[in-house]
Design a protein around this ligand. Structure first.
Ligand code: MV4
Length: 454
């Protein structure tokens, strides 16, 4: 087992990793930027090292400073959390070159899954269902137009270096193809330094369903069922739940098997997530594979009774992890609490929390790094807490979430809490029948009324 882990991250996920390490008897090193000196992860870790100024690129993305911090503290592993360097092939390689275990994917794996056309091709060859479209990259605009005619419009152009919704163009008819091709290519070249594109049939109003995996270093791959992440806005997830209201045990087993088959084909190691689109006919297709622990991992923990961070650390040490298909024992929902004003198009609302009261009681979990008096810096993302509930059924989980949101008092800044409160009472959400387009028609009117105590 590792003796000391450096956590190359901040915020709630840094706290989450510290908690797992404490229970495993592993010492922790926090790193922080000058903007995060007052952060909880700095206080709760055994040691803390300042790695640079507020700008992410000079601190949390500063590879030489992170390696130096690991070396001076004698850390034998680095946990990258999510975001920042968690899917950075160079960082994974540099860690390995310095004999520091990167608790994440190898550089090769990150490159393979980070190139979306390669990832899709790899999964298709492994027998995982993929969306009809080009075999790999498109060679020319003419090839794209010819293929689009065959697979029929609407189609979607995707940048192979994109992902998470960046570098995509929906094309509804042939007349739009050339303009979409040029603008998508340019955008991808500018954003990722790689303008290569591939084409797919556009799946209309799908659900986003992802399968959690943990693979040990001996070929054992366990799945932990699905998470439904269909409630998103501009590719930012707002609410996740498990089990999905539209996935039964038969579909769950097929999706879990497909995800495991894909992971085994690439000799995957560690925690990972296979994202699928589920269409209205109940067919599912590989979309992307995330080679990191994700924000929404706690809902899976709440329904499987497994600590996924501990499991990820155990896998990284080389421990043999028995292969198990985990089925959900109950229901769990997560609301991402962001320092944003939902009445003003979710614009960021950083500042000082003047008063804080966290919800509690049976089945309520809050993962956060904030406290009363804490100032949210404007430099990083706006998620300040994850409110997670568990209950025997989906209906009880929604009622419990509504109750917990009422107890959640945050003064001094605006948060997304009122939005979540209204969502828990929304008939469309309550029905469980919705798609990734849900937020396009969600009515924000009257959410001012969803304040504490009402
Ligand atoms: C799609 C699609 C429909 N058809 N691909 C968005 C994020 C990126 N991972 C891929 N995405 C999509 N790919 C085909 N062939 C629709 C989306 C999509 C989406 C997917 C999941 C969750 C929310 C979404 C919102 C808009 C578009």
């Amino acid at each position: 087992m590792f003796k000391k882990i450096l956590i190359a991250n901040r915020g709630e996920i840094a706290m989450r990793v510290i908690r797992a390490c404490k229970e495993l008897g592993i010492k922790t090193v926090a790193v922080y930027s000058t903007a995060d000196k007052q952060s909880l992860h700095v206080k709760f870790a055994d040691e803390a090292v300042c790695i640079g100024p507020a700008l992410s690129k000079d601190s949390y993305l500063n590879i030489p400073n992170l390696i130096a911090a690991a070396e001076i503290t004698n850390a034998d592993a680095i946990h990258p959390g999510y975001g920042f360097l968690s899917e950075n092939a160079e960082f994974s390689q540099v860690c390995s070159d310095h004999n520091i275990k990167f608790i994440g994917a190898s550089a090769d794996m990150i490159n393979k899954m980070g190139d979306k056309a390669t990832a899709k091709e790899t999964m298709k060859n492994a027998g995982v269902p993929t969306i009809p479209g080009s075999d790999g990259l498109l060679g020319s605009v003419e090839e794209g137009i010819k293929l689009a005619k065959e697979i029929k419009y609407p189609v979607i152009l995707k940048a192979t270096a994109g992902g998470g919704g960046r570098g995509m163009r929906l094309i509804k008819k042939e007349e739009e193809f050339e303009a979409a091709w040029s603008s998508c290519r340019q955008e991808a070249e500018a954003a990722f330094g790689n303008g290569e594109l591939y084409l797919e049939k556009f799946i209309e109003e799908p659900r986003h369903i992802e399968i959690q995996l943990v693979a040990d270093q001996h070929g054992n791959v366990s799945h932990y069922s699905e998470r439904d992440c269909s409630i998103q806005r501009r590719h930012q997830k707002l609410v996740e739940e498990t089990p999905s209201p539209v996935v039964d045990n038969e579909l769950r087993q097929r999706m879990g098997d497909a995800a495991k088959k894909g992971a085994k084909a690439i000799n995957y190691e560690g925690a990972g997530t296979v994202e699928f689109l589920l269409d209205k006919h109940g067919d599912f297709y590989f979309m992307e594979m995330n080679t990191r622990i994700q924000v929404e991992h706690p809902i899976t923990e709440e329904v499987t009774d497994v600590d996924l961070i501990k499991q990820q650390i155990r896998a990284a040490t080389g421990e043999v992890l028995e292969e198990v298909d985990h089925l959900p024992k109950r229901h769990s929902i997560e609301c991402r609490i962001n320092a944003e004003d939902p009445t003003k198009d979710f614009r960021p609302s950083p500042g000082t929390i003047t008063n804080l009261h966290l919800p509690g009681g049976q089945g309520v979990r809050v993962d956060t790094h904030v406290y009363s008096g804490y100032t949210i810096p404007a430099n990083y993302d706006s998620m300040i807490a994850k409110l997670i509930v568990r209950a025997p059924t989906r209906e009880e989980a929604m009622i419990r979430m509504r109750r917990a949101l009422d107890e959640f008092i945050i003064e001094g800044i605006k948060t997304s809490i009122p939005f979540h409160a209204k969502l828990m009472e929304d008939e469309g959400f309550k029905s469980g029948i919705f798609t990734t387009a849900f937020m396009e028609t969600f009515d924000m009117e009257g959410i001012e009324d969803y304040v504490v105590g009402k």
